[in-house]
Design a protein around this ligand. Structure first.
Ligand SMILES: Nc1ncnc2c1ncn2[C@@H]1O[C@H](COP(=O)(O)OP(=O)(O)O)[C@@H](O)[C@H]1O
Ligand SMILES: C[C@@](O)(CCOP(=O)(O)OP(=O)(O)O)CC(=O)O
Length: 321
C-alpha cells in the first residue's frame, strides 16, 4: 500500500507598513519572501519530529505542541506523526534570528501538513485559523498575527482580529512586485518586550494622536499601492515611519532604529532604492526596496560586519503533494 504523506511550505515575511500600529488595530502591508519553511508529515507508530531546531521524540518542542494541541481540541484523539520541519538557512544569519519569521512560517507549514493528513483537504482558510490560534496561545496573546497571515496568503494588506474568538481579521492579497535586499547588522531585537512598552503607553493622548496620524499615512500608502503607484506610496510610508520613530523614541522610550540602521538606509536610498527601513519591530536588519538594487548590495557588502541577502516576493502557503 502506498504510504500517505503530505508536504507543505510557507514563506517568511517583511513587515514594511504598519509595524506596531498593526498591534493596535492599524492597517499593515507585509511582503512574503522566498525563504520558506518546509514540512513533510506521515502518520506513524511513534511521534518523531526532525526539525531545524533538533530531533524530538514523543513530544515536540513548544511550537510543535502548540500546533498539535489545536488538533487535539478539534479531533479529540489524534494519531502519531513522523514530521520533518526544515527551514531555509537564511532564517538564521550568523547564528542569530534574521527576523524573517521562522516561527510563523513553521507554524503554518506544520498546521497545513497535519490538517491535510487528518482532513484530506487543502484548505488555506482553515489552516490560517488553526495556525493563528496556535501562535496566539504560544505568544500568550502578544502580537498581531500579520506573520501567520502572510505565511498563508503571501503578500497582503492586513488588519488584526479584534479577538481570537471572533477571528474578524482583514486580509487582502496585494503584491508590490519590487526587488528586495536585506542587510543584517548582527543585533537581536526583543520584539515581545518592545511591543509590551508600546502597550503600556496605549492610552496616552500623545500616543493616540500620533498613532492616528500614522494610520492615515499608511492608509494612503496602501490605496496607492493598490493602484500600482508604489513610488508615490513610499512617500506616505516615509512620513508614517518618521512619526513612528519619534513616537518610539519620545513617548514609548524604545529605539527601533540606531546609527547603523540609519546609515544603511541612507546608503540604500543614495544607491537607488526607492525606500529603505528597519522592518518589523526594528533594530536587527535593514531592507531596501526598489527596481535594480545591485548598487545597494555592493555598497552594503563593503561595510564590515554586515551580511547581505537578496529576497524575492513569493507566494503564500503551498501544498506540494
Ligand atoms: N523548523 C522548526 N521546527 C521547530 N521549531 C521551530 C522551527 N522553526 C522555528 N522554530 C521555533 O521558533 C523559534 C524562533 O522563533 P522566534 O525567536 O520568534 O524567531 P522568528 O522571528 O524567526 O520567528 C525557535 O527558537 C524554535 O523554537
Ligand atoms: C512590532 C510588530 O508590529 C511587528 C514585529 O515584526 P517582526 O517582523 O520584527 O516580528 P518577529 O519576527 O516576531 O520579531 C509586532 C506585531 O505586529 O506582532
Amino acid at each position: 500500500m502506498k504510504e500517505i504523506k503530505s508536504v507543505a511550505s510557507a514563506p517568511g515575511k517583511v513587515l514594511w507598513i504598519g509595524s506596531y500600529s498593526v498591534v493596535f488595530g492599524g492597517i499593515g502591508h507585509v511582503i512574503a519572501v522566498n525563504k520558506r519553511v518546509h514540512a513533510e508529515c506521515r502518520i506513524s507508530n511513534e511521534n518523531l519530529f526532525e526539525t531545524s531546531y533538533g530531533i524530538f521524540k514523543n513530544r515536540g518542542n513548544e511550537l510543535i505542541e502548540s500546533v498539535l494541541n489545536q488538533f487535539r481540541v478539534m479531533y479529540g484523539n489524534i494519531p502519531k506523526f513522523h514530521v520533518k520541519l526544515i527551514n531555509d538557512p537564511e532564517f538564521i544569519i550568523n547564528g542569530r534570528k534574521s527576523g524573517l519569521g521562522s516561527s510563523s512560517a513553521a507554524t503554518v507549514a506544520l498546521t497545513a501538513c497535519i490538517f491535510s493528513l487528518l482532513s484530506g483537504e487543502n484548505n488555506p482558510d482553515e489552516v490560517h485559523k488553526i495556525a493563528q490560534r496556535a501562535n496566539y496561545e504560544r505568544q500568550k496573546g502578544i502580537g498581531s498575527g500579520f506573520d501567520v497571515a502572510s505565511a498563508v496568503y503571501g503578500s497582503i494588506v492586513y488588519r488584526r482580529f479584534t479577538s481570537i474568538e471572533k477571528m474578524d481579521y482583514y486580509v487582502k492579497p496585494l503584491r508590490i512586485n519590487k526587488e528586495l535586499v536585506m542587510a543584517f547588522i548582527g543585533e537581536s531585537f526583543d520584539t515581545v518586550s518592545s511591543v509590551a512598552e508600546f502597550v503600556k503607553k496605549k492610552d496616552d493622548p500623545r500616543f493616540k494622536e500620533i498613532m492616528s496620524m500614522i494610520e492615515e499615512e499608511n492608509k494612503f500608502a496602501i490605496e496607492l499601492i493598490e493602484k500600482g503607484r508604489v513610488e508615490e506610496a513610499v512617500e506616505h510610508v516615509r512620513l508614517a515611519r518618521n512619526m513612528l520613530v519619534n513616537l518610539a523614541t519620545e513617548v514609548v522610550n524604545v529605539k527601533i532604529e540606531n546609527d547603523l540602521t540609519r546609515k544603511l538606509e541612507e546608503i540604500a536610498e543614495r544607491e537607488g532604492a526607492i525606500f529603505s527601513l528597519s522592518p518589523g519591530a526594528g533594530g536587527e536588519s535593514v531592507v531596501a526596496i526598489g527596481d535594480n538594487l545591485e548598487r545597494v548590495k555592493e555598497a552594503w557588502s563593503k561595510i564590515k560586519g554586515i551580511s547581505v541577502i537578496t529576497l524575492k516576493e513569493d507566494e503564500g502557503l503551498k501544498f506540494e503533494v
